[in-house]
Design a protein around this ligand. Structure first.
Ligand SMILES: C[S@@+](CC[C@H](N)C(=O)[O-])C[C@H]1O[C@@H](n2cnc3c(N)ncnc32)[C@H](O)[C@@H]1O
Length: 230
């Protein structure tokens, strides 16, 4: 049995009291079904929660370091680039709930198999086998979203975020990138590489909302969130 408390600004994410090494959980939208071997907990009303491991999810790690995404809430529509086999996508699916939607883009057909299986159960996930460098390829499937989430670990990851945000982000929507600095350059300090990318993103028309260093858990990774200037 656990005691949970909703996070301020993100009421669909819960912090857990009195369990070592479990900081966050999400309410399981599909009780009885786990996704990646995560632990399951119940509260005193027998509601089921899934552990959200911050060493397996950069978003959970960001939350642990003070990030809040108010746009990521019940009913939100999300464009998720670099969905992989759906670890973080599954928690986003818990958060946005039955009325929300996740367009989950992944270009590895092998990984996509897991994502298809996940989407067969979780009805709010639309798996899209496509290359995020070319948003025009899925423009007839994806509509305007509240959040563009980018975690592709590619040299041109900032351009991917910029292009997709300009194509699909709602006026007040939020852009998020978990930046793997070593995919961009092998040379120099990770923070310098990140700072150069943030400058590039700002120059393309974004205002920075929050910068979070998650390097302690995800080596040489930083998170940027921002909004498009109107
Ligand atoms: C670091 S993993 C993502 C992990 C995932 N976001 C999570 O937290 O569960 C990066 C993923 O991005 C995918 N990827 C890389 N470049 C891509 C591109 N141009 N278009 C679509 N997917 C891409 C990779 O195949 C890989 O599955």
């Amino acid at each position: 049995m656990i005691k949970v408390k909703a996070l301020g600004n993100m009421p669909e994410v819960y912090s857990v009291e009195e369990i070592v090494n479990v900081e966050y959980v999400t309410k399981n939208l599909y009780p009885g079904i786990t996704v990646y071997g995560e632990q399951i907990f119940f509260d005193e009303d027998n509601v089921e929660y899934r552990q959200w491991a911050h060493n397996k999810s950069k978003l959970a790690s960001g939350l642990l370091n003070g990030l809040r995404l108010p746009n990521l809430t019940k009913g939100a529509h999300v464009l998720y680039l670099g969905a992989a086999n759906g670890t973080t996508v599954s928690h986003v699916s818990d958060i946005v709930g039955e009325d929300g939607l996740i367009f989950a883009v992944e270009f590895s057909s092998r990984t996509m198999r897991d994502l298809y299986n996940l989407a067969r159960i979780r009805k709010n996930i639309i798996p899209i086998l496509a290359d995020a460098r070319y948003p025009e390829e899925y423009a007839d499937i994806v509509h305007a979203v509240d959040l563009v989430y980018c975690d592709v670990a590619q040299p041109n990851q900032s351009e991917i975020l910029i292009k997709n945000s300009k194509a699909f982000l709602k006026e007040d929507g939020m852009a998020f990138i978990a930046m793997k600095t070593r995919s961009i350059s092998q040379k120099g300090r990770a923070k310098d590489i990140f700072d150069r990318e943030v400058k590039k993103i700002e120059e393309s028309g974004f205002t920075t909302k929050k910068i979070v260093n998650i390097s302690k858990i995800h080596r040489e990774h930083y998170i940027f969130t921002g909004k498009l200037k109107s």
